[in-house]
Design a protein around this ligand. Structure first.
Ligand code: SF4
Length: 268
């Protein structure tokens, strides 16, 4: 097996991850681990001391639990390795509308740990009328997407083989133009009446081009490399997400190999 190489391409907050020499089966394991096993922080225990807003306590607690928290893998590991009772981060919400209407945002959550904060300041939590107030203490705990989606560090994770597109050399000018027009993802461009491939990673393998002009275009899937498309929510930096996923996968493989050495084979 050749040495794997991973290239992450940032597309305004969503990422195309080109995994060279990583077969689709392995990339899919990484995808599944990212979705459901990478550890992050989320609000899990909510103690409400005062709440006379229109939201009942259960709804308020549920809303708070779904606010994504930004931290680092280092902080998550610190909490996981904690030997005493403080395996959580305390966040305080103390807001009062006094004599005018007020919108409570995620920016009003005050974390007692500077390495933990909401991914955005503008998430609306509640609307308060004059005289209404909320006083609560929230504990953020480590968890993973398999327990609850609030811990999943990504909202989307899709994997597929790499598109491999080949064009014949002698494509007539009119067909070259049609090819550029037919592709819904603008994979082809025209240069001096010749068709060129601009960005093969944009190809969604819809096969329209090959169906229309099979003698000029061939689209194949290279399953020895993979393309992973993910949209992180912001709990962890992208590098931390992958490092945690790799560590979890390595642990699973290690356990599996260990089991293989102990397996009894009975031939009857
Ligand atoms: S398979 Fe579809 S997306 Fe890919 S190059 Fe052909 S037309 Fe474009």
């Amino acid at each position: 097996m050749k040495k794997p190489k991973i290239e992450v391409i940032d597309k305004n907050g969503s990422f195309k991850v080109l995994m060279k020499n990583v077969p689709v089966e392995i990339a899919n394991s990484i995808r599944r681990i990212i979705l459901s096993e990478v550890r992050t922080l989320a609000i899990h225990d909510v103690f409400i001391f005062k709440n006379n807003s229109v939201l009942n306590d259960d709804t308020l607690a549920h809303r708070l639990g779904l606010i994504p928290l930004k931290t680092s893998r280092k902080k998550v590991k610190e909490l996981l390795d904690s030997v005493d009772e403080t395996d959580y981060v305390t966040i305080v919400l103390n807001v009062s509308a006094r004599d005018k209407f007020m919108t409570v945002y995620s920016k009003h959550l005050k974390s007692k740990d500077k390495e933990v904060k909401p991914v955005s300041n503008d998430i609306v939590i509640a609307k308060l009328s004059p005289g209404q107030a909320i006083e609560a203490e929230l504990w953020a705990r480590v968890g993973s997407g398999s327990e609850h989606a609030k811990w999943s560090p990504v909202s989307v994770a899709v994997v597929r083989g790499l598109p491999k597109i080949s064009l014949s050399k002698d494509i007539p000018a009119d067909i070259a133009k049609n090819l550029v027009d037919i592709c819904p993802k603008n994979v082809f461009i025209l240069e001096d009446d010749k068709v060129k491939i601009s960005d093969p990673l944009k190809c969604t393998l819809c096969m329209l081009c090959e169906k229309e002009y099979p003698e000029y275009v061939k689209v194949k899937i290279d399953e020895s490399s993979s393309l992973l498309y993910i949209e992180p929510i912001g709990h962890l930096p992208i590098k931390d997400i992958f490092e945690d996923a790799f560590e979890i996968l390595m642990k699973k493989l290690y356990d599996f190999v260990k089991l293989l050495t102990e397996v009894d084979i009975n031939v009857t």
